[in-house]
Design a protein around this ligand. Sequence first.
Ligand code: PGA
Length: 247
Amino acid sequence: MRRKLAAGNWKMNGTTASLSEVSALMAAHPEPGCEVLLCPPATLVAAMAALTQGKIAVGGQDCHANASGAHTGDIAAAMLKDAGASHVIVGHSERRADHAETNEMVRAKAQAARAAGLVAVICLGETEAQRDAGETLDVIGQQLFASTPDGATGANTVIAYEPIWAIGTGRTPTLAQIAEVHDFIRSELAGRFGAEGGLMRVLYGGSVKPSNAAEIFATSNVDGALVGGASLKAADFGAIIAALDAA
Ligand code: PGA
């Protein structure tokens, strides 16, 4: 069975003061049935991990593909692990766009994450133009194949489907569109990784909020969510956790 996962991506938001939201979240949801993950800016990983003590998993938002070296400003997967992280997001569409990350780079980062003992949360998603052109499954299939390393397992890999046009826009695909892509990803994973492909969680991301979480979580092959804006506030993320627990 795949344990449901509610993952929050704080993006470039949050300072030490924001940790009060995490305390409030833990107070309101002391024993969630689903797994809960928060990915704050790197500056907060150690403090958040100290605060959550494993009750909420903590992740980075990116890592370098190399283990160490002359890469000013970058962070190695082992450094995130050392700071208390258990996960790292790789290949978020904002990294692919802002830092020209290719599928090959994302795959190398996922490999580095695994080598450091971190779970890689590999993000995929089509643009609105690609969807309008009927290319969504082709694009997702290509990204999935090229961004996911060989040897990926249910324990070391999570896939997040995040249509780019749904991120931060308040717009979401129809439930049928979400189901189509998630069913496709599930069958591609099973075809390539066999039983392990059946164990990998596939999250939906893009404008998930308390008001739409329940219907999205009831959709075929949706194992949880990667939540941006609504993960910043304990009340909103808590409502999403509750919806996932009820699904
Ligand atoms: P959003 O972001 O929930 O603010 O749309 C999701 C994401 O980019 O992970």
